[in-house]
Design a protein around this ligand. Structure first.
Ligand SMILES: Cc1cc2nc3c(=O)[nH]c(=O)nc-3n(C[C@H](O)[C@H](O)[C@H](O)COP(=O)(O)O)c2cc1C
Length: 167
C-alpha cells in the first residue's frame, strides 16, 4: 500500500486475533515511531514494549478506554521524559507524533492498532506499575495485534474546517 492509501485507510482496531506479532514487525513499528519529527530533535521519550500479561491486565483496568489492551497481543507505553526536554507541550507534541507514526506503521504492516489515551489525572495509576520516574509520564498506550475486524474509513475531509489566512 502506498503512503497516502495507508493514511486514508488506517482505523482504530479494537478486536484482535490470538496470533503473535513477529519481533521483526514490532521492531519496524518502533523504528517508525522514532522517525517522527521532534522539537529540536531532542526525542524526549521512551517506549515500553509490554508483553507481560499481568502488567497489561493491570493497566487495562485503569480506565474503560484501555479495556481493549487486554485483548491485544502486545502493547506499548509511550513515555514522555521531562528530564530530556522540560517543555511539557513539546514532549506531548513529540510523543503524539511517535504514536501516530507507530499506528500508521502497524496498519501498513497489515496489523491492527489503537491509541489508548492516558489522562494526566490518572498518572498515579500507571506510573508505579511501569516503574517510571518523577519526571516521566505515559503520553499514551498502543494496543497491537493481528486484526479480527475490518473497518472501512469514510473520507473525513471537511471544507468547514479550512480557513484561508484567518479564522
Ligand atoms: C489522544 C487519543 C486518545 C484515545 N484514547 C482511546 C481510548 O482510550 N480507547 C479507545 O478505544 N480509543 C481511543 N482513541 C482512538 C479514537 O477513539 C479514534 O482514533 C477515533 O474514534 C477515530 O477513529 P479511527 O481511529 O478509527 O479513525 C484515542 C485516540 C486519541 C487520538
Amino acid at each position: 500500500m502506498d503512503a497516502l492509501e495507508m493514511l486514508f485507510t488506517r482505523y482504530s482496531c479494537r478486536e484482535f486475533q490470538k496470533k503473535d506479532v513477529e519481533e521483526e514487525k514490532i521492531h519496524t513499528i518502533l523504528r517508525a515511531g522514532m522517525s517522527a519529527p521532534s522539537a529540536r530533535n531532542m526525542r524526549p521519550y521512551h517506549i515500553i514494549v509490554m508483553k507481560d500479561r499481568n502488567v497489561i491486565e493491570t493497566i487495562s483496568k485503569t480506565s474503560v478506554g484501555k479495556n481493549l489492551m487486554n485483548r491485544a497481543n502486545v502493547c506499548f507505553a509511550i513515555v514522555g521524559d521531562l528530564n530530556i526536554n522540560p517543555a511539557y507541550e513539546f514532549v506531548l507534541n513529540d510523543t503524539s507524533s511517535v504514536i501516530t507514526n507507530m499506528l500508521n506503521a502497524a496498519h501498513a504492516l497489515g496489523l491492527g492498532a489503537c491509541w489508548c489515551g492516558q489522562r494526566r489525572d490518572d498518572d498515579h495509576l500507571v506510573k508505579d506499575v511501569l516503574n517510571l520516574g518523577d519526571k516521566q509520564f505515559v503520553a499514551g498506550f498502543i494496543a497491537l495485534g493481528y486484526p479480527a475486524q475490518k473497518k472501512e474509513q469514510i473520507d473525513r475531509y471537511d471544507e468547514k474546517k479550512i480557513h484561508i489566512d484567518r479564522f
